[in-house]
Design a binder for this molecule. Sequence first.
Ligand code: ATR
Length: 280
Amino acid sequence: MLQSQLDRYAVVGNPVAHSKSPLVHEAFARATGQRMRYERLEAPLDGFVATVQAFAEANGVGLNVTIPFKLQAFALAREHSVRARSARACNTLAWRDDHWFGDNTDGAGLVCDLTRNLGETIAGRSLLVLGAGGAANGIVADLLAEQPHRLVIANRTHAKAVELAARFERVGPVSAEPLAALSGQQFDIVVNATSLGLGTSVPPGLWPQRLFRPQALAYDLIYADRTTPFLDWARAEGAGRTADGLGMLIEQAAESFYLWRGVRPDTGPVFRLLGAAGRG
Ligand code: ATR
């Protein structure tokens, strides 16, 4: 089969040059014997829909969607999974006959990384999610499905945390608290779902001190080749363990791969390939 006739997949975003998704999916394809191509696709900030349509016309059958297009991907998809509807955002698109099917595998990827790879128990424990934007929207339902004792959402703009918690209050014990109200409270797992930049350190006073129980895990949804500012801060605050979002990236990718190809790849070899920097 000609290379140009292979089913095409890509990660679409802006920027997208740093994405490790091609490495992950190429490794899955090799390991499972799937013949496919996987590329990086940078869409202009005002050109997401046109880019995706052109991709579909050129044998494109699946996309991972990253910043800042997850909401637009949700709007573009004509059919949605339950979890995409719950997140109101899509990180995965699959071409079905004549339209895009939208899914969201971020939450499943996070829960898999927490429970299977990091060996954390979510059931019965106290969780804190910092941030209430797109990334937080994608994970709350899946975290609640694991039946934590409680899940607190805290955000710089408190009203957004209130709105997010209200959407899921029938699903499980979720509440929004102003950042200042967290003083004196402690958590077992603290997830950073803010878009706080990689280039800066956590400004003093942004989050209250002593949020971490002694064995607590600090988990950053972003990943980088070095420790992220949130994880540096968490260590200094006494978090027992830290992990960046590389594991979530790999696990959400496996879930997307399964949706596209009907084959579930083993993620262990990809962890070894990419290294587990940021886990300690
Ligand atoms: P994403 O899709 O990455 O979640 P987003 O929807 O723009 O992006 O949400 C960004 C989140 O990071 C928000 O919760 C935002 O807080 P606000 O709702 O108050 O804007 C949070 N965030 C971004 N920069 C931040 C900063 N410097 N300090 C604290 N929170 C920050």
